[in-house]
Design a protein around this ligand. Structure first.
Ligand code: SAM
Length: 845
């Protein structure tokens, strides 16, 4: 990204969009950079407009645009383009709802400026704004051009800044128009803004902090307030009511050499000024930082911030300790979401109890300590909280206490809190704000061993009514809150399992509450949490007794960038889950050619979906694969594997498909080929593990006839005849299929070449077969090759096993490695072809 100046543009950039006409350029820019948006509107003579596809979250009578832009086919000065756009807007769209940004692009670059930074230009009155844009003379364009503030213009070259451009669009063009360039500073976030400022700007101020404190009682927060009290043009407001102390204050002027001025008026009325500058590169850190926030804050907020300047204290290092501590970005976000739901004044209107407080990290940023209570299991943590209070943490000692939420009676709470819990009206104003402990009965992980989850009063009391969910500590806590503090607000972090997980069906029937809002983030951003799964921040309104059906959740990546929303929904009836479908083709009566191992219908369990010689010992679902259900089994296998498990889809549930897949022979063939060559196909004639979890033992299998060889002997130059030709016959259409309600079923019968309809092979499935054939051929050049070897056996042959009997991840045979890599990439391409069908046929919704 370039923070622009009026210097001529560099021309050393490759042109991503060379030799295309302006209309094609616009289409390409729309498709490449704004695929999630609607760029089809034409507004007067404005070349390009971007708006959200879904206006659902905005109640507005007029369309809200995110960008209006000027487009040019050839490299052009961006200020000239912007000037032309500004003139066009005046003529054609000045009465419309303004966009967030205006911008311009040509075939090498794109630039944005927030529209409000251009508005002052319309006040220039020494030329005629009513001229038609095409007739505007050069002098006018030049005047407008020179009035654009280059510091506000973000320029990206399509080729060299593509990542930055994507991030910029991701951050500022939120799908629902939500998060824009700069955050407003308000009474609920100013402490977080200050704490970030301390890390990002303060180290670059050339000030002797100790001396300032000793001689003048001046603290870093005074510098922060001085920076905050500057308007968009960098002008400080030094009016009496805006300076912290009119006799003794710091002002800030970014344009000056020494931007901070410590001003003091002595008893005789003489003003002293002590200037401070930035250390090197400090100004850049300052500029970058304040691009994220709008300042000065609204007057009401400013007054509040100054009143509560005592809260602007350095973050206590101890906040960083504590089991699974909640990162400050999510603490801040969670408080912002609570304010969105309960209102800006929620901290004064509601009471807050963090009953799993640890050392109190989650309460950082709260301003009204008289309304906040913090309790936790370990006395040590209580002691740390009290020490933190002595060091300036904004909590009351009397409101911090040891309390085992799963065992203790509420009569152990401080009287003030009891009064709230026992009063139905006050209880409605209580927010249980927690990041609860995560421990599962039997998990035996970390500090909270098995037993913690079951040996407590809450478990004993509620286990019969919330079913399997009672194995989780956090659901026990939720249940006690729900049952014993009725009508409160539960604002809590937790995994998403409780929304859609099968084990939570019974819990959901009991826990009737309106989910007001949810944002989800990667679990790995929390201390000590490993694994690819989401953690959500849920705001449950327990006053409203409704069953959870669905929610559109906000999603943030690890850097707090907004990602597209996620629709989470649950349908609870018999024909909902993919495993209900699986049970419709469990064929117990025919000869088995292998076994499909299935598991719970979500992404987190996809790793267990495999094709084995026979039923294993692991807890799972085992379906015999026969000639009659081979296609169904391969479809099940393929749809569970083609889409990679990610933190975001971890809990997504696979569903009972609609019927359309059964008429799609191409799709079925693709799934069959995918399953034949996938690494989780563990069919083997040699010795193999019976299961695919790392902890399981290797054991010798009885001899097995491999019906899964996709080729004939001649094709792969085998040294002997295969025991089974089933699969190559099947692929050649020599085995007669029959139809049933559940799709194509195949009879194992005498080959009937004439009446057998062919499977249909795409270029991608043929490429997989081709790559597989090469691998088989290479294997059969080995002097000790087993003619009946499966893919798994071939891999074992080249990769070998380690001391513990596990197959090595790679081989020293370079040619084998190359052939296997080819197979993997062909399989990936085939997977890409299957993916859209997974949604189309309703396997995923
Ligand atoms: C995930 S940590 C959250 C810590 C802190 N609130 C934060 O957000 O960073 C959960 C805390 O709950 C505490 N805890 C565990 N079991 C508890 C119980 N039965 N009653 C109260 N607190 C408990 C743990 O000691 C731990 O400090």
């Amino acid at each position: 990204m370039v923070i622009d100046s009026h210097l001529p543009q560099s021309i050393n950039h490759t042109m991503l969009y060379e030799n295309i006409r302006e209309e094609s350029l616009k289409l390409k820019v729309a498709a490449d950079w704004f695929p999630k948006f609607d760029c089809t509107d034409l507004i007067g003579r404005i070349d390009f407009a971007v708006k959200c596809k879904e206006a659902a979250r905005h109640v507005s009578t007029d369309t809200e645009y995110i960008l209006w832009a000027e487009a040019k086919q050839q490299p052009t000065d961006i200020y000239r383009m912007l000037a032309q756009l500004i003139i066009t807007i005046k003529a054609d769209a000045f009465d419309r709802v303004p966009p967030k940004f205006i911008g311009c692009f040509d075939n090498e670059k794109i630039a944005f400026i927030e529209y409000h930074y251009a508005l002052h230009i319309y006040q220039i009155n020494d030329f005629n704004w009513t001229q038609t844009p095409s007739a505007v003379d050069d002098k006018t364009v030049e005047t407008v051009r020179n009035a654009i503030d280059p510091n506000r213009v973000f320029t990206f070259y399509f080729d060299s800044d593509s990542l930055e451009l994507k991030n910029f669009i991701k951050a500022n063009f939120a799908i629902d128009g939500g998060s824009m360039l700069a955050t407003l500073i308000d009474k609920n976030n100013f402490i977080f803004v200050y704490q970030k400022w301390q890390k990002m700007v303060m180290p670059y101020i050339a000030a002797d902090w100790e001396k300032l404190k000793k001689n003048y009682s001046i603290y870093d927060r005074d510098f922060f307030l001085a920076e905050l009290n500057v308007d968009d043009n960098g002008t400080p407001d030094v009016s009496d009511d805006k300076t912290v102390n009119s006799n003794f204050y710091i002002t800030f002027d970014a344009s000056a050499d020494k931007p901070y001025q410590l001003k003091r008026t002595d008893n005789l009325g003489t003003e002293f000024i002590i200037p401070f500058g930035f250390k090197s590169v400090g100004i850049q850190h300052y500029t970058d930082f304040w691009k994220r926030y709008h300042r000065p804050p609204h007057n009401d907020y400013w007054n509040y911030i100054v009143e509560r300047a005592d809260l602007l204290v350095p973050q206590d290092v101890r906040e960083r300790k504590g089991a699974y501590f909640t990162p400050q970005i999510w603490v801040e976000k969670s408080q912002q979401y609570i304010a969105d739901v309960l209102g800006d004044n929620w901290q004064d209107e509601y009471y807050v109890w963090d009953c799993c407080a640890g050392t109190g990290n989650l309460l950082n940023g709260l301003t009204n300590k008289y309304n906040v209570w913090a309790s936790t299991l370990d006395q040590q943590d209580v002691d740390v909280m009290k020490e933190r209070i002595r060091n300036g943490a904004n909590l009351l000692e009397n409101h911090v206490f040891q309390f085992d939420f799963l065992n203790d009676d509420f009569s152990k709470c401080p009287q003030g809190l009891q009064d709230i819990i026992n009063d139905p009206a006050k209880r409605r104003k209580l927010v249980i704000y927690i990041n609860p402990p995560y421990a599962e009965a039997g998990s035996g992980q970390g500090k909270h061993k098995a037993g913690v989850a079951t040996e407590n009063k809450t478990f004993a009391k509620y286990k019969d009514i919330i079913g399997k969910a009672c194995n989780e500590v956090y659901t026990q806590i939720f249940t006690r809150v729900y049952k014993e503090i009725p009508n409160c607000t539960l604002a809590a972090f937790s995994t998403l399992t409780l929304l859609t997980g099968g084990n939570f069906d019974v819990f959901r029937k009991q826990f009737l509450a309106r989910l007001e809002s949810l944002f989800i983030v990667p679990a790995k951003t929390f201390d000590n949490v490993k694994g690819l799964f989401p953690i959500g921040f849920f705001i449950w309104n327990t006053k409203e007794k409704v069953k959870f059906v669905n929610i559109i959740a906000d999603v943030f990546d690890s850097d707090c960038f907004p990602l597209p929303h996620k629709n989470i929904q649950i349908e609870e009836n018999n024909k909902t889950r993919i495993n209900n479908w699986l049970s419709t083709f469990n064929d117990r009566n025919t000869n088995s050619i292998g076994v499909l191992m299935a598991d719970s219908p979500d992404f987190q369990n996809n790793q267990y979906i495999s094709i084995l010689n026979e039923k294993g010992t692991r807890h799972g679902i085992y379906n015999s694969i026969s000639t009659t259900n081979l296609i169904n089994a391969c479809v099940y296998f393929a749809v569970r594997h083609v889409i990679e498990h990610s933190w975001l889809n971890h809990n997504d549930q696979f569903s009972y498909p609609n019927d359309h897949w059964s008429a799609d022979i191409l799709f079925q063939t693709n799934c069959l080929i995918y399953a034949l060559f996938h690494g989780k196909n563990r069919i083997s004639v040699g010795s193999v593990e019976t299961v695919c979890t790392p902890s399981q033992q290797t054991k010798q299998q009885p001899r097995f006839v491999n019906h899964w060889i996709p080729f004939t002997e001649t094709e792969v130059d085998a040294k002997d005849r295969f025991e089974s030709h089933f699969m190559s016959d099947f692929l050649a259409g020599k085995i007669k299929p029959t139809q049933s309600n559940e799709g194509n079923l195949f009879e194992s019968s005498t080959p009937d070449i004439t009446s057998a309809p062919q499977l249909q092979f795409t270029a991608e499935s043929n490429a997989v077969l081709g790559a597989g054939r090469e691998l088989w051929r290479y294997y059969h050049t080995m002097h000790d090759a087993n003619p009946n070897a499966s893919l798994y056996d071939i891999k074992e042959y080249f990769q070998g096993r380690n001391d513990k009997g596990k197959m090595n991840p790679s081989s020293e045979d370079a040619h084998y490695t190359e052939l296997l890599d080819n197979l993997k990439s062909a399989l990936k391409a085939l997977g890409e072809q299957i993916k859209p069908k997974v949604y189309e046929y309703g396997f995923l919704r």
